[in-house]
Design a protein around this ligand. Sequence first.
Ligand code: COA
Length: 175
Amino acid sequence: MYNRDVRINMRKFESGDFDRLWQMDQECFPPGIAYSRLELMHYMRRPNAFTVVAEADGEVAGFVVGECWNSKGHVITLDVAEPFRRQGIGSKLMLECEARFAQTGCTASLLETAVNNFPAITFYKDHGYVVLKTIPRYYEGSLDALLMGKKLSNTTPPRSTPSAREKRNSRPGSE
Ligand SMILES: CC(C)(COP(=O)(O)OP(=O)(O)OC[C@H]1O[C@@H](n2cnc3c(N)ncnc32)[C@H](O)[C@@H]1OP(=O)(O)O)[C@@H](O)C(=O)NCCC(=O)NCCS
């Protein structure tokens, strides 16, 4: 259910966020799929990577790590803490990530998700992603992943402009 009073704010990662983001990743994914501290740090520090943090009423509620490479954007991870889900925060992070991809000249956005992660698959399909292929034994050498992708174009809304879907779902007090 939407909390109509929550104020959502997107901001840049700050070094003091790291422990909370890593903890959130541990809570969002099962062992073997969740990143170790070193892995998360490694991905966030890659040269073309960026991290966007979502705050809800000043509390860290989610984050996305993306990377641009060879005109392709790669969503490395997208995490929303359980109490803050289904309030549009994942969607806002996704739009921010895609806008950054487009601004750096990426023509497509790619990501992997576990074949049994139905909430994420539904979420990504809702955002226009299609399944490109199945990657056998991608996780821990046993669980398959879906490679999903979406073409980006000049129509990708700039960060300050809400999409039609966001307008539909916009709530008083959200930014
Ligand atoms: C997937 C995830 C990021 C979605 O974040 P969120 O903030 O809840 O997403 P939104 O509120 O923006 O949802 C947008 C739409 O996605 C779909 N969706 C999201 N969660 C869903 C769920 N659990 N079941 C079915 N559909 C879902 C719905 O269509 C939803 O629209 P609606 O709420 O109007 O029905 C979040 O569930 C999460 O962090 N999961 C754990 C980590 C993960 O799996 N990350 C993605 C793989 S890398």
